[in-house]
Ligand binder design. Sequence first.
Ligand SMILES: [Fe+2]
Ligand SMILES: [Fe+2]
Length: 210
Amino acid sequence: MDAITLLVKDHQTVEALFEKFEQTGPRAMKARKTLADRIVHELSVHAAIEEQVLYPAIRESLPEVEDDVLEALEEHHVAKWVLSEIDSMSPEHERFQAKVTVLIENVRHHVEEEEEELFPKVRKALSADQLEEIGEALAGAKKLAPSRPHPKAPDTPPGNIAAGAGAALLDKARDAGRRAKAQAQKKKAAKAPAKKAPAKKASGRSKSSR
Ligand SMILES: [Fe+2]
Ligand SMILES: [Fe+2]
């Protein structure tokens, strides 16, 4: 797949998650947290592969986009800080909704600049073969990219390549831990009412809860 098509597809995936998040009601805490987790994951991977593959490739072959890329890196940096805060925040925290709203505003601005300014310059300057080659590298990087935000880690090569591989391993372990915990909670929740229901019926009259 060509690099720009792959990245625009990522942008659309994230935009769909943003819209779903915006449609949740104020009491849909669980849905908000689930969507926020997916946003954190998608954006962490997307930012990492742009920083590891696309930005260095175009800085090398297109010096006229240097300023655009430097600005993009700063926008990623800010987004990753906010993502790292959202990642560890309870959806019940009074700042949670505002934080996600600001993240969405920032990312929409960044995506607009990429799609309307940066990507057209890249498409114009590079050949179809070059774009295809970068696309393949992006797809490969996706499999090894960190799935959590690391705002303090290097974001340019070679530092981000080395740090990214280590961070990705730790993230995968953390993701697996979270999934196991969620599954255990689900199982516990599924079992709990089944046990309680008959007990309530049997002793409904004689026992009060307080
Ligand atoms: Fe970007
Ligand atoms: Fe992007």
